[in-house]
Design a protein around this ligand. Sequence first.
Ligand SMILES: NC(=O)c1ccc[n+]([C@@H]2O[C@H](COP(=O)([O-])OP(=O)(O)OC[C@H]3O[C@@H](n4cnc5c(N)ncnc54)[C@H](OP(=O)(O)O)[C@@H]3O)[C@@H](O)[C@H]2O)c1
Length: 265
Amino acid sequence: MDAVLSTLFSSGEEELYILDNLAYFMVFMAACTLVSLLFVNVPYGRYSSSKYGFAVNVRFAWFVQELPAFLVPMCLVFWTTCAKTSLLPNQLLIAMYFCHYVQRSLIYPFLIRGGKPTPFASFALAFVFCCYNGYMQIRYLSHYAEYPASWVTHPCFIVGSMLWSVGWLVNMHSDHILRNLRKPGETGYKIPTGGMFEFVSGANFLGEITEWAGFALAGHSIHSLSFAIFTAVVLTSRAVSHHKWYLAKFEDYPKNRKALIPFLL
Ligand SMILES: NC(=O)c1ccc[n+]([C@@H]2O[C@H](COP(=O)([O-])OP(=O)(O)OC[C@H]3O[C@@H](n4cnc5c(N)ncnc54)[C@H](OP(=O)(O)O)[C@@H]3O)[C@@H](O)[C@H]2O)c1
């Protein structure tokens, strides 16, 4: 793996320059996504359309598209010379990333109940994103990111880690509630209740946005910030779309429930 990286980059400075530019490009992509999402819903789940390519089995799609987010970082950590993995802040940030992606790529796909097939275009875009982001986050943290020795006691790291933890729990709990709305074999939709769903329609999305915002605060880099921004753009749009869809579909949908931010939005 080191040999692959050294054929791609002539020096560490060059690789770091590329990593920084990948992060700026992700912010640019988030802005483009924000504009396009004003006009179209992401074609997945209840909004799926055959316009966006043939349908891929939902479990297969989630497993294969998310796997690079786990495998690329694993290769980077175990098969490259990592200059920074012996440092505690880097270790903790890498651990946060892996906690999420072990669950998302190796467990979540096999828990899905009655999910709609994924159009090929959404599947392919998610696959590319997971390779891109997995490399950017973990290569930066394992080889380049430098934090003061006392960074783990800095308020940004402490608050960021707490937000990450709460967000991760809310995300997993909310996905668990959604999953259990369906009995085996069912594919329809019901009104979710319990947990953060009492306050917002996009409780799983609120959890994930909080998670990566906390990671960005604790990681204090353009790389972690760009991922948090991208996630916020994509998932805010999903939460708003789902909220409007629930209000249109269910007459008895709780009127005080917001789309994404309790009591506000
Ligand atoms: N970091 C990122 O950029 C990013 C991007 C995308 C997703 N994610 C995460 O991936 C996870 C899944 O995302 P998603 O967009 O697929 O979430 P979702 O639209 O809420 O759907 C999640 C699962 O629950 C089912 N479901 C949703 N609402 C339901 C209801 N009212 N009744 C019964 N079943 C319901 C869906 O079935 P159907 O398939 O039949 O709709 C699907 O299987 C979330 O945790 C999200 O945060 C992260």
